[in-house]
Design a protein around this ligand. Sequence first.
Ligand code: FAQ
Length: 314
Amino acid sequence: MAVDEKAKLAAFEERIANGEKIEPKDWMPERYRKQLIRMISQHAHSELVGMLPEGNWITRAPSLRRKLTLLAKVQDEAGHGLYLYCAAETLGIDRDEMTEQLLSGKAKYSSIFNYPTLTWADIGTIGWLVDGAAIVNQTMLAKCSYGPYARANLRICKEENFHKRQGYEIISIMANGTDAQRRMVQDAVDRWWWPSLMMFGPPDTNSPNTEELMRWKVKLKSNDDLRQRFVNLTVPQARAVNVTLPDPDLKYNEETRNWEFGEIDWDEFYAVIKGHGPMNRERLEARRSAEERGQWVREAARAYAAKKQAKEVA
Ligand code: FAQ
C-alpha cells in the first residue's frame, strides 16, 4: 500500500474509533465501500422480497382493520427498500445494477422470506418474530459508522416497532381464542421460530465478514450476540401468551442470565441461501415479473423527465 493510502486509512480508522460518522463524500477504503454496498443492497432486496409473504394475505385479512394494518405494513416495507436503495446509491452503485444482481442471484436477500405463509397466524408470527429479529439487528445498525445507512435504519426501526406490535397483538388475541386458533398460532410459531434465529446469519465461527465489519463499526455486535439477545427478549413474550417455542433445550442459565437454546440446523440455512428453500423460485419469479411489468412505468417516467428538462433548457 502506498504511503499516502496508508495515512488515509489510518485517519479513516481513527475517525471511526472516535465514533464519527463516515459520509458519502469522505475518503473510504474500497473494501469498506464494497462491504457496505453488499450489505445495504441485500438489506434493500430483503425488504422488497419481504413484501411477498405478507402481501399474499392482504385480500384474506379477517377484518377491515386487519386489512388496513397489513396494507400499511407492506407499504412500509416498500418504503424501507427505497431508503436503503438510496443509501446504497450514495456509494456509487445505481438501483438498476442492484436489481440486476438480485435477479441474477448474485446478491442475496434474507433467508427468512423463502418460507410460505400458510395461515393468518403466520402474519401475526412474522410481525412478532421476524420484525422482532429485524429490530434487534437494525437497532445496532442504526448506530453504524456509515451515516446514510445509520439514518435509514433509525427510521426503519421506528416503523418496525409498530409492525412488531401489530403482529404480537394478532398472536395474543388468537392464543386466547378458540382451540382451532390456538393450534394455528402454535403451528405457525413451530414453523417460524428456527428460521427467525437463522436471520442473524451463520455462527460467529463461520461468519467470514463479521471481523472486518466490526473493526469498521458497520456491525457493532456479532451474529451470535444478537441472536442471543433476540432469544432472551422473546422467551418471556412467548410465555406471556402461553405459546411454546419449539425447542426442548431452551433453559435459563442463572449465571450468564441467558436463555440457552438448542442446535440450529445450519444445513437448512445454507440450503436456503443457496436457493433451495421452499419458496426461493417463487420469490425471485415474482420480483422478475414485477420488474418486467413495471418497465413501461419507468420508461414513461424517464420520457417525462427528459421532456420536462428539454422544456426548461429551451
Ligand atoms: N439470509 O459473514 P456473514 C427484515 C450470508 S430485513 C441470507 O455473517 P454478514 C425486515 C451473508 O450475506 C432482513 N443470507 O455476513 C422485514 C454472506 O454472504 P455473501 C434483512 C445470509 O453480512 C421484516 C454469508 O451468508 N436484514 O427482515 C443470511 O457479516 C418483515 C456469510 O455471512 C438485513 O439484511 C441470511 N439470514 O452478516 C421485511 C440487515 N445471513 O454476502 C419484511 C443487514 C448471512 O458474502 C417483513 N444485514 N447471510 O455472499 C446484516 O445485518 C448482515 O448482513 C447479516 C449477515 C447479519 C444478515
